[in-house]
Design a protein around this ligand. Structure first.
Ligand code: SER
Length: 327
């Protein structure tokens, strides 16, 4: 089997996708790469956390090409990108990395006959998209640089599939909730921060309004979705880039209520950040993921309740806090 390369592997998704891929395909089959010079293993005790690591700046086409050839890479999970809020602060850098990096990955894939996984996002939609049960195929006119690069990326990945036969596949990820590595600079980050603050201080100041409804997913479901989509029978895929997927459609208020069931003293207040609120208000409140369910049997395992219970246990263990200390 040719190897799997993961770019941006030290980020929120990669920190959990890499161990899962190594579990699945063998540790020596998966090459981790990131712009950080030295890898920090979030879980040093885990055997699957160890394997080849390469420094890679995805905007440097030659670096990418060298790694793909040297390791005989057959599949690239391309995760290196800036998230929505930070992309709004640095739109030029975001375009260079998010779009330029993807272009380099697709070119390397074309030349070396690799499959490509591209993570699109609910951010690929905009204020003129229907906001409830957003259809698989609909209006996509995002108003953020993050979203502009995601729509362009979906189109570019489809173009490489049609024009050059590159086996590119993608999903439109909702906000991802996880405990291994923190997200950096996204609009949905509140749904991760809230758990750390609830366990540490039983208090959280949320940067989105209490009624801001957005799709979310627990990381184990997202990792399974990425691996399953890449393993799916290509003839069943009516869409390539990219499939709507969701696990829950929730507001900060609903998440806080659920956390209060485990941490009764928990208090949430709201200090709204107008930039991130405007981004959230331009995204769907919920998406329709029927196409993914039909074409490759997508189904989430964690709802709000199950995710909250698991997250609180995992964050308590990570922060070394007993249940009695944090109730
Ligand atoms: N979680 C991402 C963000 O907030 C959306 O894809 O930027």
């Amino acid at each position: 089997m040719r190897k799997i390369l993961v770019t941006g592997a030290q980020g929120q998704i990669g920190s959990e996708l890499v161990p899962a891929l190594r579990e699945h395909y063998g540790a020596d089959q998966v090459i981790e790469s990131d712009i950080r010079m030295v890898p920090t293993s979030p879980n040093p005790g885990l055997a699957s956390a160890h394997g080849d690591y390469e420094y890679l700046d995805c905007t440097q086409a030659q670096q990418l090409e060298d790694i793909v050839r040297r390791h005989q890479v057959g599949t690239i999970y391309h995760l290196a990108a800036l998230l929505s809020a930070v992309a709004e602060e640095k739109p030029q850098i975001a375009w260079n990395l998010n779009m330029g990096g993807l272009y380099n990955v697709l070119e390397a894939a074309r030349r070396n006959n690799c499959a490509v996984f591209f993570p699109s996002s609910i951010g690929a939609f905009g204020p003129t998209t229907p906001r409830d049960k957003t259809p698989q195929v609909t209006i996509q006119r995002p108003t953020t640089m993050y979203g502009v690069a995601k729509v362009s990326g979906e189109l570019m990945a489809d173009y490489y599939a049609q024009r050059f036969g590159v086996d590119s596949r993608g999903i439109r990820l909702p906000g991802l909730i996880s405990y291994t590595a923190l997200p950096g600079g996204g609009t949905t980050d509140y749904a991760v921060d809230i758990f750390y603050q609830a366990v540490r201080y039983q208090h959280y100041a949320c940067f989105l309004r209490p009624d801001t409804r957005l799709d979310m997913m627990y990381m184990p479901d997202a990792v399974r979705a990425m691996i399953d989509l890449m393993q799916a029978n290509p003839s069943a895929l009516h869409h390539r880039n990219a499939y709507n997927v969701t696990a829950m459609s929730i507001t900060p208020e609903e998440l806080a209520d659920q956390i209060s069931k485990h941490i009764p003293k928990f208090v949430i207040e709201y200090e709204v950040d107008p930039i991130r609120q405007a981004i959230a208000d331009s995204w769907p409140r919920s998406v329709d993921d029927q196409a993914a369910r039909t074409d490759w049997n997508w189904a989430p395992q964690y709802d709000l309740e199950a995710m909250t219970e698991d997250m609180i246990g995992k964050v308590r263990r990570k922060l070394n806090k007993s249940a009695s200390e944090t109730e």
